[in-house]
Ligand binder design. Structure first.
Ligand code: SIN
Length: 529
């Protein structure tokens, strides 16, 4: 039995938030970053758009604040929005200082793209692969830092709580499975930071990579942390529709540069839904496409770039151009087939302005966190900004965290668990959850659909609990357990919201309630964990 590994700061996740935290915190302590696959298997690495910040001469902080509040549909925390927007330009500078390349215009100024629901151009980007460029630069810096250890193929199993040893519920680390050897390690830390990214894999159609299974939200909830607003799942309006390309995002930046949404017959339709047409906020565009597809029975809509200069399109979107061309679609000559898909979780683990959750010693940053910035619908490209802001705050906050851990930490015990003979159960449950979540908790909801999903998830979760006790854990089982809990939390949050707001649209309550409320859930007073 191996001794616990002791560090100052344990980070779970290696996207923008986790790595920027690691770099800053490594200035005052040792950091271990656990990541469940390769260090660049992250949502950040897949981000195409960029980072929103007020940098243009015709832009102001208050315009960015107002755009964020409007998209958030009454549920953003104004003071948090103001804080993030005001810090934006300094975080763009930090990225440049870290060696991140960002596109510039012919005068050498940062090129600013436009995305949906932004009233000004304010998205700094590197071609159409901004996330990949940020991931590259952060990883390079992290790999050079003597105080940071990255453990690839290590997935968090459960968080450690002092409550198990008779203390308060403070977190002091995590059990982590080395997926290559099957060993569960105990890692203790002065502060534990969840930077586990999104939850897109809860849905069968998603723009997210396979790692986005909501692990941080699930682990925090099981520990007793409050989670908030998980019904607000953002569906990106334009993910490539092609049988041989799963999950490939067609960035909103294409519409920002003049791309127009059309139906199969070549007609435009967004003018019937919003004055901003193809550049309306994502909830509106995704619902409009969904409605048009349901009306006509068509399988996809189209994004038309053919009226734009082909050289500009190839230069500005080299990655998307190349990718769709390989599938036989020349986007300079023909429209791109697109459908909406799950893209971003606006809710998450509730934190304060320093990124600390309702459990002492446990922090949540990046997509897995609920900070108050996004409200009921995130404004495009505010997420990488939020990741930078909160990773910086958390790194400053943990500096004086006390070391609080029991003298003896119980190692992970698998009891009488045996190797599974029925791995098919994992695959089947996984598939079933993702399909009914798409059908019942998708873009348009009803009480009946939510209730159907609730009944199914309870049966599946009982089966998973049994399976979890009987068989040795694997990363697939850990992910399924987390995914099923997140699905349950999305369902419970949606069940409580008796109105349509932002990303939560239900035919049974099409209007807003007069008072905007968050839907907070916690194990102690909420549904079963
Ligand atoms: C996109 O490029 O459309 C995605 C940007 C974002 O989700 O903020």
């Amino acid at each position: 039995m191996s001794e616990p590994l002791e560090t100052d700061y344990l980070v779970l996740g290696s996207g923008i938030a986790g790595l920027n935290f690691a770099l800053l915190a490594a200035e005052h302590g040792r950091v271990v970053v656990c990541t469940k696959k390769a260090a660049n298997d992250t949502n950040t690495n897949w981000a195409q758009g960029g980072v929103a910040a007020v940098l243009a001469s015709d832009d102001t902080m208050s315009l960015h604040v107002e755009d964020t509040l409007t998209a958030g549909d009454g549920l953003c925390d104004r003071s948090i929005v103001e804080m993030c927007v005001e810090e934006g330009p300094s975080h763009v500078q930090r990225l440049l200082d870290l060696g991140v390349r960002l596109d510039r215009d012919e005068h050498g100024k940062l090129d600013l793209g436009r995305e949906g629901a932004h009233s000004r151009n304010r998205v700094v980007h590197w071609q159409d692969v901004t996330g990949r460029e940020i991931q590259r630069a952060l990883l390079e810096a992290v790999n050079k830092h003597a105080n940071i250890t990255i453990l690839e193929d290590h997935i968090g199993v459960d968080l450690l709580s002092l409550a198990k040893y008779g203390g308060d519920p403070a977190c002091f680390g995590a059990y982590v499975l080395d997926t290559k050897t099957g060993e569960v390690k105990t890692i203790t830390a002065r502060a534990t930071v969840l930077a586990t990214g999104g939850t897109g894999k809860v849905y069968v159609y998603t723009s997210n990579p396979d790692v986005a299974t909501g692990d941080g939200v699930a682990m925090a909830y099981r520990l007793g942390a409050a989670v908030c607003d998980l019904e607000f799942v953002q569906f990106h309006p334009t993910v490539l529709y092609h049988p041989h390309a799963r999950n490939f995002l067609i960035s909103e930046a294409l519409r920002g540069e003049g791309g127009v949404l059309k139906l199969a017959n070549g007609e435009t339709f967004m003018e019937n839904y919003h004055p901003m047409k193809s550049l309306a906020s994502r909830d509106i565009v995704a619902r409009a496409i969904d409605n048009e597809l349901k009306k006509s029975g068509a399988e996809c809509a189209f994004l038309d770039m053919t009226h734009l200069d082909p050289a500009f399109v190839r230069g500005r979107f080299p990655n998307i151009h190349e990718r769709v061309l390989a599938l036989g679609i020349d986007m300079t000559k023909q429209p791109i087939p697109v459908v909406p898909a799950a893209h971003y979780m606006c809710g998450g683990v509730k934190t304060d302005t320093r990124g600390e959750t309702t459990i002492k010693g446990l922090f949540a940053i990046g997509e897995c966190a609920f900070t108050g910035l996004h409200g009921a619908n995130r404004l495009a490209s505010n997420s990488l900004l939020e990741g930078m802001v909160y990773s910086s705050h958390a790194a400053a906050a943990v500096k004086d965290s006390p070391r609080a851990r029991p003298a003896q930490v119980a190692p992970w015990s698998s009891g009488d668990a045996t190797d599974s003979r029925d791995a098919i159960v994992v695959a089947l449950n996984w598939d079933e959850i993702r399909r009914f979540m798409w059908s019942y908790l998708g873009i348009v909801r009803t009480d009946k659909r939510i209730e159907r999903a609730r009944r199914r998830i309870e049966i599946i979760r009982d089966e998973i609990r049994e399976y979890y006790i009987d068989f040795k854990i694997t990363s697939d089982l850990i992910e399924l357990r987390n995914l099923s809990l997140v699905a349950h939390l999305v369902i419970e949050s949606a069940r409580r919201r008796k109105e349509s707001r932002g990303l939560h649209f239900t035919l049974d309550y099409p209007e807003h309630l007069s008072e905007a409320r968050h839907s907070e859930l916690q194990l102690t007073n909420g549904p079963r964990g």
